[in-house]
Design a protein around this ligand. Sequence first.
Ligand code: PEP
Ligand code: CO
Length: 448
Amino acid sequence: MTAGTWSPTSWRARPAAQQPRWPDEAAMGRVLGELAALPPLVFAGEARRLRAALGEVAGGRAFLLQAGDCAESFLEFSADGIRDKLRVVLQMAVVLTYGAGVPVVKVGRIAGQFAKPRSSDTETVADRELESFRGHMVNDDAPDPEARTPDPARLLAAYHQSASTLNLVRAFTTGGFADLSQVHQWNQEFVASSEEGKRYEQIAAEIDRALRFMAACGIDLNAETALHQVEYFTSHEALILPYEEALTRTDSLTGSAYDCSAHMVWVGERTRQIDGAHVEFVSGIHNPVAVKIGPSATVDEVIALCRRLDPERSPGRLTLVTRLGAKRVPELLPPLLRAVRDEGQPVVWVCDPMHGNTFVSNGGHKTRRFDDILEEIRGFFDAHRQVGTWPGGVHVELTGDDVTECLGGFGDIVEDQLHERYTTMCDPRLNARQSIDLAFRVAELLRA
Ligand code: PEP
Ligand code: CO
């Protein structure tokens, strides 16, 4: 941002990649007016708390777990679905907290993750050329032209689904569902559920001993707020800029602009152009923000993003989510880590081991191998160890449902099984057991 020229609308003067062509401008205008008058989904003070928590991550004193769907769905929306997803994240967080020995900051890809960037504007299904599916905030995934036409009413539906999702998440995380003893018991059940789980018996037993030790010291595990409530933040890709603009508000306490659609928003790999609309938009909001960094990113581009998005070098303001692919991390990550460190930019480094490791199976399913995911995380830790920087966290796509979308891991899903329960609308997600498996593996890496 050039000093003084940013406003919630200043992105409109820049090229905005990945925007749908909304067919009815008047309808769009009405919807945006309505959104601008609706209550914020989060409060600026909460976004500031997350920013402070991420400042701890930037300083090497905490770890970030950012996880959730690739794309939330209007159709598969239920209390059970939200509960099961939250449960997996809580289980992972306990394991990671123990492994890292530092607090784990929990951020969901949830309550707003409804818009998708696409590699192509159109796709051909059964000889018909259709507009690409861009997430339920924009159009429907059904393969017919009507369903694929962008509909602004979907922005309002996304807002309302985000509100009810957030309401339930807040109830679960403060109402007893997040009880540490309970979450630990789920993990013990996971460990006991199969031969593969036994591999993690030792870590689970150590956590168990830690809990008994606290109880023996006279800490009432049921009365201690920190042990049965968690703070859980929301995030999504800030892709559809008119929506983000409409939810941007001036905080009455500080006079600063906050995008109140989520605590944290990120700019994707396809929209991170330094002079583009997305970077302009997030440059002026005061939320913590993130940028995805793919294998084509140069050192100069990354430094330019750091200067632009965190000119004050404020720890917690900027998170860089690298998604380089398992094979290329060792070569590509260390130079970025060194350059950013030498520049004095205090970023949070997070590993997204999903998006650089996607391929299409023989049966035509977009998938990812558990082993590649783990390999990218291992490469991420190695690179940080080599450079002397802090591996701040992981960013994964998962669901609480028992899907068959990623290969390997707990239950060893093979290619022939992918069709059985393949329900994602976009990218393949780890299922609940694969996710917990991954958390135990990452805990092992953190302790190594
Ligand atoms: C995503 O996170 O779902 C995504 C599209 O990621 P990226 O921008 O890294 O490709
Ligand atoms: Co994705």
